[in-house]
Design a protein around this ligand. Structure first.
Ligand code: NDP
Ligand code: 8X3
Length: 253
C-alpha cells in the first residue's frame, strides 16, 4: 500500500509550476491535499482536476505573517494534522547588479522565500512535534549552493533556505520528523516570467537551446523523498537538467 495513502500534505505555492506538479504527484498516491497560494482561482481549477482526491484550497500570501498565523490556526479540524509540509512558495525578481537593483524586488524575495517559509514552518512544525510524526520538504535551489551575477538576493535567500534546513534538522534530531531540501537547477515554469516582471521574450531566452527540467521531474524527486522508509532521510537532493553542469555552465545547441 502507498506510504502516502491518507497522509495530509500541505503544499505552499501550489497554483503553478513545481507546487502544482507536486499536488498532482501526491494526489496520484492517495494523499489528502491542502493547497495554498495567492491565486485562489488557479488552486480551484487544480482541485477540480484532482476531484478524485480530497483537496482543501485556500488563498494565502506566505509573506504576511499575521495572515499565515491566522489562516493556519483556523484550518478546519480535519485539515489540521499535517503529515508533510512542502515549503515551495517562492520567486525571483530581477537579474540586476546589486548596486543597481530595486530594493522592492529584494524585499519581495526575502519576505517570500525566507520569511514566508519560516512563518509557515513555525506554524506547522509544533503540531508535528506534538504528534511525533511529520516531514518537511523545502524547495531550495542550485542558487543555494552557488552564486551568479545578478542573483545576489535570490541566491542569498536560497543559501538561507539551505542553512535553515540544516539547522532545523539538528533542532528536530531525536524526533521522527525528517527534514530535506530539494535543490533544482533550471526548471521551466512561470519562474523566469515572474523574475522578468512578465517579459515573455526575456523569460523564453533562459531556456533557449537546452532542455530544462519540467516541474514534474522535480515533483518526482519530492515524492521520492516522501516515500522512503521512516528511518531514511534524504537530507539534500540536487537535481539538474543534463544540459546544465553548474549555475553558470549550460550546454545550448
Ligand atoms: P512558479 O512561478 O511557477 O511558481 C511559484 C509558486 O509560488 C506559485 O504557485 C506562486 O503562487 C507561489 N508564490 C509566490 N509568492 C507567493 C506568496 N507570497 N505567497 C504564496 N505563494 C506564493 O515557479 P516554480 O514552480 O519554478 O517555483 C517554485 C519553487 O521552486 C520556488 O521556491 C523557486 O525558488 C524554486 N526553484 C525554481 C527553479 C526554477 O528554475 N523554476 C529552480 C530551483 C528552485 P501565487 O502567485 O498564486 O501566489
Ligand atoms: C532557480 C534556478 O539558476 O535560475 O532557483 O537561480 S536559477
Amino acid at each position: 500500500m502507498s506510504r502516502l495513502k491518507g497522509k495530509l500534505v500541505l503544499i505552499t505555492g501550489a497554483s503553478s509550476g513545481i507546487g502544482a506538479a507536486c499536488a498532482r504527484a501526491f494526489a496520484e498516491r492517495g494523499a489528502r491535499l491542502l493547497l495554498c497560494a495567492r491565486r485562489l482561482d488557479r488552486l480551484e481549477s487544480l482541485a477540480e482536476e484532482l476531484k478524485e482526491c480530497e483537496v482543501h484550497c485556500f488563498a494565502l500570501d506566505v509573506s504576511r505573517r499575521a495572515e499565515v498565523e491566522e489562516k493556519l490556526a483556523l484550518l478546519p479540524s480535519e485539515w489540521r494534522e499535517i503529515d508533510i509540509l512542502v515549503n515551495n512558495a517562492g520567486l525571483s525578481r530581477g537579474l540586476d547588479k546589486l548596486h543597481e537593483a530595486e530594493v522592492e524586488d529584494w524585499e519581495e524575495m526575502i519576505d517570500t522565500n525566507l520569511k514566508g517559509l519560516l512563518y509557515v514552518s513555525r506554524a506547522i512544525i509544533p503540531g508535528m512535534v506534538e504528534r511525533g510524526r511529520g516531514q518537511v520538504l523545502n524547495l531550495g535551489s542550485i542558487a543555494g549552493h552557488e552564486a551568479y551575477p545578478g542573483g545576489s538576493v535570490y541566491c542569498a535567500t536560497k543559501h538561507a533556505v539551505s542553512g535553515l534546513t540544516k539547522a532545523l534538522r539538528m533542532d528536530l534530531l531525536g524526533t521522527p520528523i525528517r527534514v530535506s531540501s530539494v535543490d533544482p537547477g533550471m526548471v521551466e515554469t512561470e519562474f523566469s516570467l515572474v523574475r522578468f516582471h512578465g517579459n515573455e521574450e526575456k523569460a523564453a531566452k533562459v531556456y533557449q537551446g537546452l532542455t530544462p527540467l519540467a516541474p514534474e521531474d522535480v515533483a518526482e524527486v519530492v515524492l521520492f523523498c516522501a516515500t522512503r522508509p521512516p528511518h531514511v532521510n534524504l537530507s539534500e537532493v540536487m537535481v539538474l537538467p543534463t544540459d546544465q553542469a553548474s549555475a553558470l555552465l549550460s550546454h545550448r545547441k
